[in-house]
Design a protein around this ligand. Structure first.
Ligand SMILES: Cc1cc2nc3c(=O)[nH]c(=O)nc-3n(C[C@H](O)[C@H](O)[C@H](O)COP(=O)(O)O)c2cc1C
Length: 261
């Protein structure tokens, strides 16, 4: 079983690749499950693996993923192999420690926590922007062999060291991450410009079903997890987040490929 969350497609690519390789078609969309279902009770077969795939948000676990794991129960857990594959722009911080703490509380064991570097999607804070095209392509290409190594480690149940971490972990994950979860989740700054044609792509792609169209324009409710899917996937580049996203790059997995087709 693979539980995934993805705003802009990087983690979706990982989840799909793993699903194909492991012949594991049991994919659960964590955001959808949290928003749409009261029942997060699952059972696993004796040798079924349980995987979690999601992006790092502010050097930690996106709140929707935390909520899913907190609420998730497994009927018949008997030390089935649990693995986590995170995607990040360049630094996963202490997300691994946070996950281990969550799992410990549930009595679950996890020896495989990895991160894969993918193009950055955080563009709504000063100093943060999408990667230039060359770096985006380099990261996407290098992610393929990295993910191969990770999948081999999981299949053979031989943990490897494959986790991206830079300096100032405590500051990033223990101080900034809680502040981010508390103060940066607002969807109020989202707005559309004159370029909006009311196509509803943002509505369709919002993982938390947080956007609706009113009079042909998107309106955001209060269940935002800041994945920025709406902003990056808008075909008209008509969505901004306050002034912070103006002039910044837009990216989602496969966009460049799509536009060449
Ligand atoms: C709100 C937000 C916070 C992010 N924080 C981090 C971070 O702390 N470290 C990092 O390396 N990348 C960070 N990123 C980049 C994403 O983790 C990365 O681009 C990821 O692959 C996106 O996955 P997705 O396309 O599946 O949503 C952040 C992105 C967003 C939208």
């Amino acid at each position: 079983m693979i539980c995934y969350f993805s705003g802009t497609g990087n983690s979706m690519w990982v989840a799909q690749t793993v699903s194909e390789r492991f012949r594991d078609n049991r994919l659960t969309d964590m955001a959808d499950a949290v928003v749409s279902s009261n029942n997060l009770n699952f059972s696993l077969t004796e040798d079924e693996r349980l995987g979690f795939v999601f992006p790092v948000h502010s050097w930690g676990i996106p709140w929707i993923v935390r909520k899913f794991i907190n609420r998730m129960t497994i009927d018949n857990y008997s030390n089935q192999l649990i693995y986590c594959i995170l995607t990040c722009g360049d630094d996963s911080g202490l997300t691994n420690k946070m996950l281990l703490k969550l799992f410990r509380r549930k009595g679950w064991q996890c020896r495989h926590i990895y991160s894969v570097q993918m193009p950055n999607t955080y563009v709504v804070f000063p100093g943060f922007d999408a990667d230039p095209a060359e770096l985006e392509q380099k990261k996407t290409a290098e992610a393929v062999p990295t993910l191969e190594k990770i999948m081999a480690a999981i299949v053979s149940d031989s943990p490897i060291d494959c986790y991206l971490q830079k300096g100032q972990q405590f500051l990033k994950s223990r101080i900034i991450y809680p502040l981010f979860c508390r103060f940066a989740m607002s969807s109020k700054p989202f707005r559309t410009t004159d370029k909006c044609i009311g196509c509803g792509v943002c509505v369709k792609n919002c993982p938390t079903h947080n956007i609706r169209l009113e009079n042909g324009r998107p309106v955001w409710a209060n269940n935002c997890t800041q994945c920025l899917s709406c902003l990056h996937r808008c075909p008209q580049t008509a969505i901004e987040y306050g002034k912070e996203s103006i002039g910044k790059g837009r990216y989602y997995y496969g966009k460049r490929k799509d536009s060449q087709q």
